[in-house]
Design a protein around this ligand. Structure first.
Ligand code: SAM
Length: 242
């Protein structure tokens, strides 16, 4: 599954340029029975299988051994779970500070609870819905962390201006044509005045966040300039009945 991010795009390029390292570990390689069984029936009866504790613990021990050999000290074990803390940009920023993160991907009904209790530092969810396995959620998290690494993107500026990076949503973006059957790109973007363009973008970000994610604004300490720009666009749009 991980070829989806390892063969194309920003993560693949970062991997090729050694900006980070990705080890894919198959817990099946740590089974001890002839059938290499990774799952078994759930105790207490009922539908669905559960991932077994022992192969996961052996796999984790092998990862910890690698961390030690490489001298990686600040590490974390994350279990992807719909029951975990909902992932946001702050969580991604935190993850990017670790030397190594082990993402444990569940399948079936999930993994034996004792593995979680014994080994997992943090449970993370990608949202209040259930997918079939932890691999896709893990790939999302890896992409979100890696694109922030210095050198991963052609332009670091576009990373720091992305939604959530400064607690706001990003401003709208436009490209050619300038006029699409009368639907025109805002004039200020052609002014050549960088300060005016910066202010327009900041104001649009504030307005979008106010409209779409007011709770983000409520938890952000606005600068004097941001408060002024927001007040200005609020009263202008009130007059225009928006
Ligand atoms: N029975 C589990 C529950 O209801 O909490 C769901 C199991 S799910 C079918 C199988 C695996 O997919 C989980 O162990 C987890 O690793 C992953 N998964 C599913 N939804 C997820 C989500 N929203 N966020 C992160 N991981 C998820």
């Amino acid at each position: 599954m991980f070829s989806a991010i390892c063969q194309d795009g920003i993560v693949a390029r970062a991997l090729a340029n050694d900006l980070f390292n990705l080890d894919l570990i198959n817990p099946r390689d740590f089974t001890t029975d002839n059938y290499r069984r990774i799952d078994d029936k759930t105790f207490g009866g009922g539908a669905g299988m559960v991932m077994k504790l022992e192969p996961l613990e052996l796999a984790l021990a092998s990862i910890k051994c690698k961390y030690q050999q490489k001298g990686l000290k600040k590490t974390k074990v994350v279990y992807l779970s719909p029951q975990g803390k909902k992932t946001d940009q702050a969580v991604i920023n935190q993850l990017s500070l670790y030397d190594g993160v082990t993402f444990v991907c569940g399948r079936y009904e999930g993994i034996d609870e004792r593995f979680i209790q014994r080994n997992v530092d943090l449970e993370l969810s990608i949202g209040d819905f259930v997918v079939s396995g932890g691999e896709l959620p893990t790939m999302l998290l890896i992409d979100a962390v890696v694109r922030q690494l210095p050198g991963a993107m052609n332009s670091y500026e576009s990373v720091i201006n992305d939604s959530f990076m400064n607690g706001l949503l990003d401003c709208p973006h436009y490209t050619i044509p300038r006029d699409y059957n009368g639907d025109k790109v805002p004039e200020v973007l052609f002014s050549g005045n960088h300060e005016q363009i910066r202010k327009w973008r900041l104001q649009q970000s504030l307005w979008r966040t106010y409209q779409r994610r007011p709770e983000l604004l409520a938890s952000k300490q606005l600068t004097k300039e941001e408060s002024r720009l927001l007040d200005e666009i609020l009263s202008r749009n009130k007059v225009e009945g928006k």
